[in-house]
Write a protein that binds this ligand. Structure first.
Ligand code: KG4
Ligand code: ZN
Length: 348
């Protein structure tokens, strides 16, 4: 079963062709450089960039399926179309959805509408075209999604059986990191910037930042207080001290976010008794965080899975195509194309 999938939920225009769990082609046009100076995703720039890139991304992806065939011949091999319909930036989601609707009509194909978070959860099970890594499903999983928009624990009981058991009350982990980077005078996205700064001081933890809600047994997060704490600490420093302390501040802040994630994951493992953990979302691109998670899994004697290839941590259509495959197996197709709409605040 070949699926052509599209994700335009945030700042990447991504198109993929997948077959079951295998990725045959994945294309990502990133807008990161265009948003960098704004300290976050600038909606109208995102919309324009998606409109500009969606056709080239589709053409390139379809052509790469087989260079010996024409675009139309390649399209005829595709069984279904899949698209992210939320959560995400409304005017960005719209671009992908409209394109998929148009293709569904032109090529007479059914659509599978995918929740972006389902994609991040399935990202640890995506395989390359040779079927690696093998990773057979061993339900249930405790899934942790840590992205720019979300921080949540999900019980992944079976294909398309999700239960959200904890989420953030305010900012997501990635958002907290992006805001700190901006406050320290850097651009967007903040994750890779803080990772580099922290590495230069060996991930030191010399400034005190809170570990929000870790004293409580609940699985809720709250990261918005961290930026206030950073603001106060910055106010205490002279301009020169700020420059001198940049690395230590960034590192301690990152440590507070990561330590909170780790502590909460231990609580979640104890609460649920689930022994298989999957972590997805842009923040798990961080190599230091991966190290902390690996240490946790040894200590807690649980199995841990990350997205196996780095392009699967950030936004990509490959994970949407794989999530769509399991949806298609359950017959979960969009019934009326005209009724498919973006849902910016979609929940699992
Ligand atoms: O999954 P994603 O690409 O988009 C959303 O669905 O939100 O996640 C983006 C988030 C941003 O907050 C970004 O700063 C963070 O992932 N991120 C990182 C790293 N790379 C991206 N956070 C920490 N370390 C990184 N290396
Ligand atoms: Zn995402």
């Amino acid at each position: 079963m070949l699926i052509l999938a599209v994700d335009t939920s945030a700042d990447e225009t991504s198109v993929a062709i997948t077959e079951g769990r295998h990725v045959l082609v994945n294309t990502i046009y990133s807008q990161r450089l265009e948003h960098a100076q704004w300290g976050g995703i600038y909606p109208s720039i995102a919309k324009r960039a998606h409109i500009e890139k969606i056709n080239p991304a589709i053409e390139e992806t379809v052509k790469r399926l087989s260079s010996k065939k024409t675009f139309i011949e390649n399209m005829q091999q595709i069984d279904y179309l899949a698209v992210t319909y939320g959560p995400g930036l409304a005017i960005a989601l719209e671009v992908g959805i409209n394109k998929i609707k148009e293709m569904a009509t032109t090529y007479n194909k059914k659509i599978i509408a995918v929740n972006h978070l389902e994609g991040h959860i399935y990202s640890s099970f995506v395989q390359n075209k040779n079927g690696n890594p093998v990773r057979p499903f061993k339900f249930p999983y405790l899934a942790l999604v840590i992205s720019g928009g979300h921080t949540e624990f999900v019980l992944f009981k079976d294909h398309y059986s999700f239960e959200v058991i904890g989420e953030t009350r305010d900012d997501a982990a990635g958002e907290a990191i992006d805001k700190a980077a901006r406050m320290l005078g850097f651009g967007y996205p903040g994750g890779p910037i803080l990772e580099r700064l922290a590495r230069q001081v060996h991930n030191s933890d010399s400034y005190k930042f809170p570990r929000p809600m870790t004293g409580k047994p609940s699985l809720e997060f709250s990261f918005s207080g961290l930026k206030t704490s950073l603001l106060y600490q910055l106010q205490e420093l002279s301009a020169k001290e700020k420059i001198n302390q940049l690395h230590n501040l960034a590192s301690s802040y990152q440590e507070a976010v990561f330590n909170t994630l780790i502590k909460k994951t231990i609580i979640a493992i104890k609460k649920t008794g689930v022994k298989n953990i999957v972590v997805g979302g842009g923040v798990i691109a961080n190599l230091y965080l991966r190290k902390l998670f690996r240490a946790l899994t040894k200590e807690q004697k649980v199995a841990l899975y990350f997205p196996p290839y780095s392009y699967l941590t950030g936004d990509n259509a490959a994970m949407i195509g794989v999530a769509a495959y399991y949806k298609a197996q359950k017959g979960m197709f969009v019934e009326k194309i005209s009724e498919l709409e973006r849902v910016p605040r979609l929940h699992l």
